[in-house]
Design a protein around this ligand. Structure first.
Ligand SMILES: Nc1ncnc2c1ncn2[C@@H]1O[C@H](COP(=O)(O)OP(=O)(O)O)[C@@H](O)[C@H]1O
Ligand SMILES: [Mg+2]
Length: 362
């Protein structure tokens, strides 16, 4: 009983028990918050006096009660005498073992939005990035002027002073590179969704890594050959994998290391949002390195923009990764101990008709 009460009050959404006379028989802590009133002051009061809903619910509610079926209503404004209405989803279901009683859960839309990781990441990134983008634009022009002036100066000065102008040029280039990464966010288009062979993407990323930043690395392929097609934008997926490979290579340092690219199918992996919607993300891609692991002090924030554990890092690589993944309704997680760091991407598979369409057109 006690643990039931704990569960009831731990539910992060407002929940109510409505008795056979349409009075409130119980309310959980989140419900008290929603009503802005205490449990004691609302129990026994008619529920529709306490909660105002801008939809003609009575009939549907009575039907649900008499037939013992659940009732879901999306996008209604619900409020109480004590607070402004919020857009909510209502879920009402018969209370098992108590004929005539119903349980009602109210999910405010705002709350629903705030509780998904993807959205949190997106909005945090958006505000920081929006600011940075504006700055990037403002800084690039004068910077070009400074670089040009330094280059002019360098034409007729002593070789000793040349070091200084070289420094100006080199540092300006570094800033321009940072600004370009910031601008990448702004230029990021909505993904052009189509069926994608993930193994092709991984292959392209692997080859390009080995020719450049990952030249000291060994990259092992561990693919499930029967993996179905993913659904997404192949160029954006390539960007994601390249960013992850780059981080793994940088973590390994000049002595190099090993990266394993692993794919597999996990039928039961689903993304659940707090508003009840959800979809299946059965394609799993893991990028596993044997480097030192995520730095302890930033491991909780690595997907935020401008969080970097490197002296010259921008902290934008993983922020871009997380933006792309959430634009694809996918999921990314990281798990790290020294010697084994895993970034796991979970993606949706291409819908059947999209696959067929693709087959016809090729
Ligand atoms: N595979 C990895 N191994 C160890 N640390 C990592 C790994 N991937 C990311 N990190 C840490 O996360 C930080 C953020 O990465 P990122 O957003 O790409 O920015 P940046 O690479 O510019 O620092 C890195 O600076 C690094 O400290
Ligand atoms: Mg990086």
């Amino acid at each position: 009983m006690n643990s039931n009460a704990n569960i009831w009050n731990s539910l992060p959404v407002p929940a109510f028990i409505i008795d056979e006379n349409d009075c409130i028989a119980d309310v959980n802590s989140a419900g008290e918050g929603f009503l802005n009133a205490s449990r004691r002051s609302v129990i026994g009061h008619p529920v529709w006096d306490q909660i105002a809903v801008d939809a003609p619910l009575e009939e549907a509610f009575l039907r649900a009660r008499s037939q013992g079926t659940p009732l879901f209503v999306n996008d209604v404004d619900a409020g109480s005498g004590n607070r402004a209405p919020l857009q909510c989803a209502l879920q009402i279901a018969p209370l098992v073992g108590h004929p005539g009683s119903m349980i009602m859960i109210i999910s405010p839309r705002e709350l629903a939005g705030r509780m998904t990781l993807g959205n949190t990441v997106k909005s945090a990134a958006q505000s920081a990035i929006g600011m940075a983008e504006m700055l990037a634009h403002e800084i690039k022009n004068p910077l070009a002027g400074i670089t040009g002036a330094a280059q002019l100066l360098s034409m007729n000065i002593s070789s000793q002073d040349l070091e200084l102008t070289d420094l100006i040029v080199a540092e300006s280039r570094r800033i321009v590179k940072l600004l370009e990464q910031v601008e990448q966010f702004g230029n990021l288009q909505k993904p052009d969704l189509r069926p994608v062979n993930i193994h092709d993407v991984l292959d392209r990323a692997r080859r390009s890594a080995l020719l450049g930043f990952g030249a000291d690395m060994t990259i092992i392929e561990d693919y499930d050959p029967s993996l179905p097609l993913a659904y997404g934008d192949p160029d954006q997926f390539l960007q994601v994998v390249l960013n992850l490979l780059k981080n793994a290579s940088e973590a390994a340092g000049p002595q190099g290391g090993t990266i394993r690219l692993r794919t597999y199918f996990e039928h039961s992996f689903r993304l659940r949002r707090s508003d009840g919607s959800g979809h299946s993300l059965p394609l799993q891609i893991e990028i596993i390195d044997d480097g030192p692991g995520l730095p302890e002090d930033i491991r909780g924030d690595i997907f935020d923009p401008f969080v970097s554990g490197k002296e010259n890092g921008t902290g934008l690589g993983l922020a871009l990764v997380s933006k792309i993944v959430s634009d694809h309704d996918g999921w990314i997680s990281a798990d790290s101990v020294p010697g084994r760091t895993v970034f796991k991407l979970s993606l949706r598979r291409a819908p059947r008709d999209a696959t067929e369409h693709k087959k016809e057109s090729t």
